[in-house]
Design a protein around this ligand. Structure first.
Ligand code: UDP
Length: 410
């Protein structure tokens, strides 16, 4: 790397939480920063890094062109998460959160290792759910940019979880979930009133004794150690400019900068950084379907369903009569592959395509798409809104109940 690069570039260290829905927006953001002159050090966990490399290995040509463009501006490092190789990670989120709490020392020693070929670090862009970066930024004497991969309302709710706790809204009681009448209006700024079912699902009474409950409460204290706050959303969606300012810490800038996958996608650059190998037949199959006819069914990277739910869904898709493209991850049936109803494939073969992973933005932007049956993960919700695709929501956990209600009501 040239000496000029070292002297003139700003250097952002970008650290995603180790899950698909966090890697995508942070990598898109990193690409956009690099295009604006930043040098980037991108630091996922080793497990994520290996998955990304493996999934991309089938599409090396496309990725290589982009890689060549950015090679002088990017450095990829990774840190061990301390979990055994066969651990389920996102399937056991409590353990994953506990492991990420301890990533700080490894990250710090990586960043302080002498390397004269890269510019001095300007800032750490930290996933909002990585409390470990607060200490690292402090020790390095650089600003901590807190990046939310959720909508603003969820971010404000999570950053104020301790107020919700002291006001008695957390843990969320079973009877409040059932009636869902309570309107919670104690949160700052112009976000719409929320309901008990909107609160992060890990705060429900039934999770109180689980590590995920205490991990979320712990993280909520650290979100507020921030010099800048960024949210992957856009102002018009929730309460205008004012809403984001509800995340400002001591008046620091708090900005909506999403949807982050759009600029790369619209300019023909890679905008998806998948941990699964993308099925390349989807787009050809979509080309052969009538305009606006296809139902796309996908529940993101973590949500699972019971065998009964999947069986019923299969029969529903068969009965609906429309063409459908169904993403069936190999762990969708509570960790196992799904067994389709007998004869299902044969009966639907003229109007169905079942794959294990897609290039979702390309699918959502295809003229044949008519609708999206989604778990309402924030990325999927934002991508569907960006592409103008109507959604049918079937939330699973975390913020998906809130995203689903907002997509319907607001
Ligand atoms: N995704 C994809 N192909 C698929 C399914 C999902 O590229 O077959 C992408 C999707 O576009 C989104 C991310 O994976 O960017 C999932 O994030 P989201 O927040 O929707 O859900 P999560 O996986 O975090 O539950």
């Amino acid at each position: 790397m040239s000496g000029k690069l070292t002297e003139t570039h700003l250097h952002a260290v970008v650290v995603p939480f180790p899950a698909q829905g966090h890697v995508n927006p942070l990598m898109n953001f990193a690409e956009l920063l690099a295009m604006r002159g930043f040098f980037i050090t991108f630091v996922p966990t080793e497990w994520i890094d290996q998955r990304l490399v493996k999934a991309a290995s089938t599409d090396l040509v496309a990725r290589d062109n982009q890689a060549k463009e950015r090679v002088s501006k990017f450095r990829f490092l990774s840190i061990p998460d301390g979990l055994p190789p066969d651990h389920g990670r996102t399937a056991q989120l409590g353990d994953l959160f506990l492991s990420t709490k301890c990533l700080g020392p490894a990250l710090e020693s990586l960043l302080t290792a002498p390397d004269t070929s890269v510019p001095p670090i300007t800032c750490i862009v930290s996933d909002s759910f990585l409390s470990c970066t607060a200490e690292v930024a402090k020790n390095l004497g650089v600003p901590r940019v807190v990046f939310w991969t959720s909508c603003t309302t969820l971010a404000i709710m999570q950053a104020n979880a301790h107020s919700l706790l002291s006001e008695g809204h957390i843990p969320v009681k079973e009877e409040d979930l059932k009636s869902n009448e309570k309107l919670i209006t104690c949160l700052p700024r112009k976000i719409p009133p929320i309901r008990p079912t909107d609160i992060v699902s890990f705060y429900r009474e039934k999770h109180v004794s689980e590590s995920i409950y205490s991990c979320f409460l712990y993280e909520s204290r650290i979100h507020n150690i921030a010099d800048y706050v960024l949210v992957n959303t856009f102002e018009e969606l929730e309460g205008g400019k004012e809403a984001q300012m509800g995340l400002s810490v001591n008046g620091c800038p708090a900005l909506a900068i999403g949807p982050l996958s759009l600029p790369n996608f619209l300019e023909g650059r890679n905008s998806m950084y998948s941990m699964w190998e993308e099925d390349k037949t989807c787009l050809q199959w979509l080309d052969a379907q009538p305009q606006g006819s296809v139902l796309y069914v996908s529940f993101g990277s973590i949500a699972v369903k019971s065998e009964i739910q999947l069986h019923e869904l299969a029969l529903g898709l068969e009965a609906c009569g429309y063409p459908f493209l169904w993403v069936l991850r190999s762990d969708i049936a509570e960790g196992k592959p799904m067994e389709l109803p007998e004869g299902f494939k044969d009966r639907t073969k003229d109007r169905a395509l079942i794959v294990s992973w897609t290039e979702q933005l390309k699918v959502l932007s295809h003229p044949s798409l008519g609708g999206f049956l989604t778990h309402n993960g924030w990325n999927s919700t934002l991508e569907a809104i960006s592409m103008g695709v109507p959604m049918i929501g079937w939330p699973y956990f975390h913020d998906q109940f809130l995203d689903c209600r907002f997509a319907k009501d607001i």
